[in-house]
Design a protein around this ligand. Sequence first.
Ligand code: BTN
Length: 327
Amino acid sequence: MMKTEILKLLRESGDYISGQELCSKFGVSRTAVWKVMNQLKEEGYGIEAVKNKGYRLEITPDVLSSSELKSRIRNRWAGRDIYYYEETGSTNIDAKRLGEEGAAHGTVVVADKQNAGRGRRGRSWESPAGKDIYFTILLRPELAPDKVSGLTLVMALSVTEAVKGCCGQEAGIKWPNDVVLNGKKICGILTEMTMETDYIQHIVIGVGINVNLDAMPEEIAQTATSILLESGKKTARAELLQKVLERFEINYEIYEKDQDLSRMLEAYNGYLVNRDRQVRVLDPKGEFEGIARGINASGELLVETPDGKTAEVYAGEVSVRGIYGYV
Ligand code: BTN
């Protein structure tokens, strides 16, 4: 689309681009270029137009529109196709529907607001407009069904790396897949898979990141926070999402090739906030306590118990509670 291309040119040049240059590049009239500039202005972009110099991008609004995202993302497959909704029920449900309809591996659904955002364990996910990131990526992986839970850890790692790269904040991971800042949750991940007898038809990984929320709802204020509340700085949501998808494309390819987390262990364990800390494992077969030592290549949490043994805790079956507070 011409709008996306123009946005990309303006952002990448950082300087004036003449109307004439744009006209010849796209083979359109000056009026057509002028109309695109007006559309961009309506969407909140600050574009300066100077006679004999051309157009320059001065201000980018904090939006997640598909032209904003497409003008940034340079990945080979993660986010090549983007569906943006100003408002939707749940991006996970949208992505599953697109999966049924044959959408490509790496298709991303993103929303500014969700009316029925879903969390794990049947909980809901607060999804107000204009502040946070809600997105789902559709995957058609070459993976055995028992390798799918590892993908959630791959996403948690990618978000953590992106928060560091984009916001300069030292985020951590609460096993298996919550991203935390200063001990409070900033990101939740919900992975769902659609099976066909014995093979995976597709997987959707839904990610909610609390980015620019300036106050947490009271019910979750003890355990959840936002990047803004912790850093005092606003983050451009599109830039953060771009980074998450960049990191995910790289990490996913490693996971698919190795079929395990071996090459990501060091990075993941380096971010693990549970590491070397006391945890209580809420195992349906019997609760126990121990010291978390990190994950293994299958993504299981290694918990050293007082009798000197090491338990391998599988994410699907149990939940881990820190003895002190949230982590
Ligand atoms: C959790 O409970 O920690 C997981 C929360 C996942 C929320 C995200 S927001 C985008 C996507 N769409 C949904 O309905 N849920 C996920």
